[in-house]
Ligand binder design. Structure first.
Ligand code: SAM
Length: 242
């Protein structure tokens, strides 16, 4: 009923052309979602779709700085991994704001020493655990993956070389706090750290830390499964802490 009333109002205000326009918009949306869900269909998991961080989903005081759940494009992630020209067996991979865990599942196909996902929404954390467990069944070689239900601002980094992954998970003071923690960890124990920042809203904050140099941005292939063609900024620690 509501839909019918809304449509009548729209036609009255904008004319009949609104009908093909809305049809095309919804078609694009449906195709994009269908493409994005390909990963789930192939692996029998549930990682696709958007979720706003409302009160039911997150109770943390940092909720207002968090960005809604949206998974990384599988195509883009593969492209990012192809740039890592180091011995991954020495490295721990950390996904800050891992959501339903798609990135953890994809990272598990690379020989990382460990893989950690950090998520502050209990619902998303639970879904990530289910996905990891389910995915592990079909992949006996699956390495050790940990999912932690905690705020990224309170997460302590392991003392190994690191690949840190951010898909625009949080903004403002939370990003600043997380970056401060990374700097403190590096100053205490200088080691190789690669920071991959997909949709790099706060790239300047990373540069301003003084421990990273920014490499050229990684060109990503066109992917019809994502709503916008995001950029990917890439950082590596300088040889010594500053
Ligand atoms: C854009 S999604 C990225 C999901 C996942 N990293 C991926 O690429 O598929 C951002 C995620 O960050 C989480 N998040 C936001 N603020 C957070 C915080 N302070 N601590 C932990 N997780 C947070 C959100 O709940 C959401 O799942």
């Amino acid at each position: 009923m509501n839909f019918f009333v809304t449509m009548v109002r729209k036609i009255r205000d904008e004319g009949f052309l609104i009908i093909p326009r809305l049809f095309c918009k919804n078609l694009v949306y449906a195709v994009r979602n269908w493409r994005d869900a390909e990963f789930d269909r192939r692996h029998g998991v549930c990682t696709s779709g958007f979720l706003e961080l409302n009160k039911a989903l997150v109770s943390s005081k940092n909720r207002d700085f968090g960005v809604r759940y949206q998974p990384t494009s599988a195509r883009h992630f593969e492209c990012m991994m192809s740039r890592l020209d180091v011995d991954l067996r020495d490295y721990t991979f950390v996904d800050f704001g891992c959501g339903k865990g798609r990135v953890l599942l994809m990272a598990a196909h690379y020989p990382f020493a460990g893989i950690i996902g950090v998520e502050f929404s209990r619902v998303l954390y639970q879904q990530a655990l289910d996905n990891v467990a389910h995915y592990g069944l079909g992949h006996p070689e699956f390495p050790h993956v940990q999912v932690k239900w905690t705020d990224a601002a309170e997460f302590s980094l392991p003392d190994t070389p690191l690949v840190l992954y951010f898909f625009d998970p949080f903004r403002g003071q939370v990003m600043a706090q997380v970056l401060d923690n990374i700097r403190a960890s590096f100053v205490r124990l200088p080691r190789p750290i690669h920071l991959i920042y997909y949709a790099p809203v706060h790239a300047q904050m990373v540069e301003a830390l003084g421990i990273f140099r920014r490499l050229s941005d990684l060109p990503l292939p066109f992917d019809p499964a994502v709503p916008r063609q995001y950029e990917c900024a890439w950082f590596e620690t300088l040889a010594r802490s500053s």
